[in-house]
Design a protein around this ligand. Structure first.
Ligand code: FAD
Length: 474
């Protein structure tokens, strides 16, 4: 597909739609819109213009113009994505939802919220909490926007008990690529009315439509929450305990596994202390419930289960301060090792395969002489391996290895193949974007990919909306 460059006459039409103050076309000011959180400069691309519409009608006008004048449109939320899916691969127009940032309603009767797509998660949590309710999904970065987490079907650590974003989205207002505005679902908990366009749009990475508003279901908040940190000698010992916890019918809010090395680096980065120095891997388990007594009882039985399965100790954080310290260290691992990270993988394997997958990652690390720290959502089988430019030796990060670029491609291929061979998939929550599309055919069969391409053509015959993401159209 050959797109036309955006000329001054088109810029003027765009100014007429969104207002001059909501349009950026100066190169220096557009640099921030050329990337997301993926590290490599090679996938960055400057847009020709950035617009910040204020409502769905303006978005509809922009998409009609894009079809007429043949320029690509890339929707953009908080740009916290890790696979380049909001990068304007073919230039054109970046459509930032940042001006559509209102929580329109928190309905305490129906336990539903109605929100604009550009609301940052941190703002949404605040409004929901003020209304005395609870939005369980917690993808790690709270500057992500509602539209972005819907477009990627984001997960996070609490998915093990409460599910991913998909489980909470009950209605969407969407502008389709041709400019038509549709309302799907609403404040309803069940819907068997024909094909589910709602579920098709969730996780479609901005390739099928632009989400402008969402209806999200909420829950009453848990009355109590404790966090356990459990050291084990190895990832295998830690992971072997997870199915036993789940089989015991205690479903924790989160079961995370973390290797010791990233914890050490993060402790130093934050100047904070993790509760344990023992062993080589940890489970971090968050247990919530309807009373202190219930949660204390559950912690006790989970602690006993861990001890019976080679846990070296069990630390219980029962105060908010101690829990915040642990959660802060866990959530800052990304920032602590980011300067040395090339890519974060997002492979999901059947739960029982996590330990073998991580052991294979260790073999690959030894083979190539690099550091490949792993952590992730053990309750969901979702392993985040960081592919690093550096080695980690005797508690310290070493300088970047020469020639890491050549090795990087081979390393990521071997790890992805291992995940697939174990019955896993290439993305549990981050999506495919640009970065992982070369592996899509490892995870999905040809017929599956062909159907997705046909769906894309029906929604977007001009291929103007976020082209080149997930797959390339032939
Ligand atoms: C430190 C850190 C921790 C993270 N932890 C997690 C985690 O635990 N779980 C997890 O799932 N992810 C995690 N992520 C990844 C990221 O936060 C998620 O992918 C998030 O859902 C992206 O939201 P965003 O608003 O930043 O979207 P963007 O990065 O801006 O865009 C992502 C995709 O959504 C599309 N999009 C954005 N808004 C709209 C819209 N209104 N309509 C249609 N399409 C749209 C874009 O075109 C793009 O394809 C983490 C990222 C970081 C940096």
């Amino acid at each position: 597909m050959v797109y036309k460059r955006i000329e001054e006459s088109t810029l003027q039409k765009l100014r007429d739609i969104v207002g001059g103050e909501n349009l950026i076309c100066e190169q220096e000011k557009m640099a921030d819109y050329s990337h997301d959180e993926f590290s490599l400069e090679s996938i960055r691309k400057l847009p020709e213009v950035v617009v910040k519409p204020k409502n769905r009608e303006e978005i509809s006008e922009i998409l009609k113009l894009a079809n007429k004048e043949k320029f690509p449109v890339t929707p953009r939320g908080g740009a916290t994505g890790l696979v380049g899916s909001c990068v304007p691969l073919h230039g054109g127009l970046v459509l930032s939802l940042e001006n559509m940032n209102k929580v329109l309603e928190v309905d305490t009767e129906n336990l539903m919220a109605v929100v604009e797509a550009g609301v940052p998660l941190m703002e949404f949590y605040k409004k929901v909490e003020e209304a005395g309710l609870f939005f369980p999904p917690h993808p790690g970065e709270e500057s992500a926007n509602i539209g972005g987490v819907i477009a990627t079907n984001a997960g996070g650590s609490r998915a093990v008990k409460y599910g991913v974003i998909r489980n909470f989205v009950k209605g969407l207002e969407v502008v389709l690529p041709a400019g038509e505005i549709i309302d799907i679902g609403g404040k309803i908990m069940k819907d068997s009315t024909g094909y589910s366009l709602l579920n098709l749009l969730i996780g479609s990475e901005g390739t099928l439509g632009i989400v402008t508003q969402a209806t999200i279901s909420l829950l009453p908040p848990p009355k109590a929450m404790y966090t356990l940190v459990v050291p084990f000698n190895s990832v295998r010992d830690a992971i072997n305990t997870v199915p036993m916890i789940i089989k015991s019918k205690t479903i924790p809010m989160a079961i995370e596994f973390i290797e010791k090395e990233p914890i050490l680096v993060t402790e130093e980065y934050l100047q904070k202390k993790w509760p344990s120095r023992e062993g080589g891997a940890y489970l971090m388990i968050i247990i919530d419930g309807s009373s202190e007594e219930e949660v204390m009882g559950l912690c006790e039985s989970v602690g006993e289960l861990c001890s019976a399965n080679n846990a070296l100790d069990v630390f219980v954080a029962d105060t908010k301060e101690r829990q915040d310290n642990i959660l802060n260290i866990r959530s800052q691992i990304y920032e602590a090792i980011k300067p040395y990270t090339i890519e974060i993988l997002d492979i999901t394997v059947p739960r029982a395969e996590i330990a073998s997958h991580v052991e294979r990652v260790h073999e690959i690390a030894d083979k190539y002489g690099v550091w490949l720290p792993t952590y992730g959502h053990a309750g969901d089988g979702n392993v985040h391996t960081h592919i690093m430019k550096v080695k980690f030796k005797e508690g310290k990060i070493e300088e970047a290895k020469e020639g890491w670029e050549e090795q990087y491609h081979q390393i990521r291929k071997e790890i992805h193949l291992d995940g697939i061979n174990r019955g896993g998939t290439i993305s549990g929550e981050h999506g495919i974007g640009i970065v992982k599309k070369e592996y899509l055919s490892l995870a999905l069969g040809k017929a599956h990919i062909d159907i997705m391409k046909e769906i894309k053509k029906i929604f977007d015959p001009g291929n103007i909306l976020n082209p080149g993401k997930i797959f390339d159209l032939d």
